[in-house]
Write a protein that binds this ligand. Structure first.
Ligand SMILES: O=P(O)(O)OC[C@H]1O[C@@H](O)[C@H](O)[C@@H](O)[C@@H]1O
Length: 342
């Protein structure tokens, strides 16, 4: 598909046809995106916003692998050693962990959604959206016969990735139980977000202080965090329980704060492999742990249960703002976020 100029993106043919018939109808919005070939010939969707904001989503894993600001700076971390070859999950960006987070169950680590090929859903059920959002894509995953052998439940997983007018990125997951045999199912979930940071030793996370957490490095034992913002000087792998809906990741060196807003996802995982584990990972550079931090909105401690016909929604919104807006003060930040309408 020809690349349209950034300021006037063209809808794909199906969306263009749909737009022609929708001129008199208020819903749904026409998604604006481009489908191009990415690494190893895997297809990816490009989202372009105003002022040069952009994002990329691979159909493989429905994985966001790029989110750039208006200075074309990459805000997410993707390893230089990432392997873009199924069944390996792509190391970086925003992998989706479903129907299992980590080792909390019998499936492969983090479930299978991150290493399946998703498809574009040109006709998703309506989803209320900010009308200012012009660039988004809907993807869908349904289980294959092979998937049903390892997790015997029928589901529809719809993911909308949207780039807002101020460059904010949102991911909305809708998971529906489509079992026809009357059975409920339960799952755990995470948006395994890898943030790009200048230097991990200069980063602070606010919003998780005093929270209870399960420590994956200590057999998932439960502890309570101290009263100070989280800083990093060694490996960390914690699941913070019932974490607040807003978490700030403050990068002093870059003078940038990421604000993560979550809905429907009570927990938040914080992970950095540090030097030894980094060396042991085939798809991760030895020193790359210094330049990344995973903060992952999740539902881990209490699995989500859906009866047949029921749908769950889990949303993540990310924005990157100058640190002066929010360092040490999450409340004024709220006003800023409201202004951004996310
Ligand atoms: O190597 P993977 O499967 O992508 O997982 C990376 C990490 O993901 C984190 O979310 C987990 O808490 C860690 O325990 C895990 O090591």
């Amino acid at each position: 598909m020809a690349a349209p100029p950034p300021s006037s993106p063209s809808p794909p043919p199906a969306a263009a046809a749909a737009a022609a018939t929708q001129q008199t109808q208020p819903q749904p919005q026409t998604p604006f995106y481009e489908l191009v070939k990415g690494n190893s010939g895997l297809e990816k969707v490009l989202l372009r916003g105003t002022r040069g904001f952009s994002a990329e989503v691979y159909l493989y894993g429905a994985q966001v692998t790029s989110w750039k600001n208006d200075h074309a700076e990459e805000l997410l971390f993707v390893s230089s050693k990432a392997i873009f070859k199924p069944p390996k999950a792509i190391r970086g960006g925003i992998p989706i962990c479903f129907p299992q987070f980590g080792t909390h169950g019998n499936l492969e680590q983090h479930g299978f959604a991150r290493n399946r090929l998703w498809t574009i859903d040109d006709n998703p059920p309506p989803l209320p959206v900010n009308p200012a959002i012009k660039s988004f894509v809907d993807l869908i995953l349904r289980p294959s016969d092979e998937d049903l052998k390892i997790w015997p439940h029928s589901f529809e997983f719809r993911l909308r990735v949207a780039l807002g007018p101020n460059g904010d990125l949102s991911l909305t997951s809708r998971i529906r139980n489509t079992n026809t045999d009357g059975r409920s199912f339960s799952y755990t979930f995470a948006y395994h977000t890898y943030f790009s940071v200048s230097d991990i030793s200069e980063v602070r996370v606010e919003g998780l202080e005093t929270m209870d957490y399960l420590d994956n490095l200590k057999g998932k034992e439960r502890f309570t965090e101290q009263g100070d913002a989280i800083v990093f000087e060694s490996e960390i792998d914690k699941v913070y329980l019932a974490a607040p809906s807003k978490i700030a990741i403050i990068d002093h060196e870059k003078k940038r704060t990421f604000v993560l807003t979550k809905e429907g996802l009570p927990d938040a995982v914080v992970w950095n492999p540090w030097d030894k584990k980094a060396k042991a990972m085939q798809d991760f550079g030895d020193g790359e742990y210094k330049h990344m931090l995973c903060v992952e909105p999740a539902a881990v401690e209490k699995p989500i249960t859906l009866k047949p016909g029921e749908e769950w929604k889990g949303r993540l919104a990310l924005s990157a703002v100058p640190s002066s807006y929010c360092s040490g003060q999450l409340d004024p930040l709220k006003e800023h976020l409201n202004a951004l309408n996310i």
